[in-house]
Design a protein around this ligand. Structure first.
Ligand code: HEM
Length: 151
């Protein structure tokens, strides 16, 4: 159980950086397309898809971690009585799941939009999802539940 937990935490932590890099890049592409009035293109569609894929991988890792975390710590009763653990099982998980839902809803609305509106929607929805992600990551400076930048 310890080895599985440690592998999952490391993968979850590394994937956070892949998500942030993709997030930054899709926002740059969206802003450039929106403000530069560029035509919607295949590369923007592809990067939008990659962003969703790394988010979905993180959701799967997160859900598995959730179960392993609760099991390892001795059940819900103990975990919810501990503020640091509660942060991961409530605030962190719920806000991140919300961010992933916002990104998926955005992707659907981008597909539905007229070509002139696609970059704008991409910027708004992926921007909102990235903001939610940024504020819900347990950064090392967060008192009580801060975690390392990598391992
Ligand atoms: C974009 C989405 C997400 C990002 C960027 C993210 C990022 C992180 C980071 C950086 C950690 C600390 C890892 C470490 O200790 O080194 C963490 C821990 C954790 N995350 Fe996420 N997470 C995301 C989504 C989720 C979701 C959707 C869930 C659950 C449904 C989840 C559940 C957890 C749990 C339970 C921990 C505590 C792991 C432990 O210490 O055992 N995460 N997450």
């Amino acid at each position: 159980m310890d080895a599985l937990h440690s592998i999952l935490v490391d993968l979850h932590s590394i994937n956070r950086w892949i998500i942030l890099i993709f997030g930054l890049y899709v926002l740059f592409v969206a802003a450039r397309g929106w403000f530069g009035q560029r035509a919607w293109n295949e590369s923007a569609r592809k990067f939008s898809k990659y962003f969703l894929i790394v988010l979905d991988i993180q959701l799967l890792l997160g859900l598995t971690l959730y179960v392993v975390f609760v099991t390892k710590q001795g059940g819900f009763e103990y975990v919810f009585g501990n503020p640091a653990s509660r942060f991961f099982l409530m605030e962190h998980s719920v806000m991140m799941a919300l961010a992933i839902i916002v990104a998926h809803a955005g992707s659907h609305l981008i597909k539905m939009a007229w070509p002139d509106d696609k970059f704008k929607r991409m910027f708004i929805f992926y921007g909102a999802a990235s903001l939610l992600i940024l504020v819900s990551i347990p950064w090392p400076f967060m008192p009580g539940f801060g975690r390392p930048l990598l391992f």
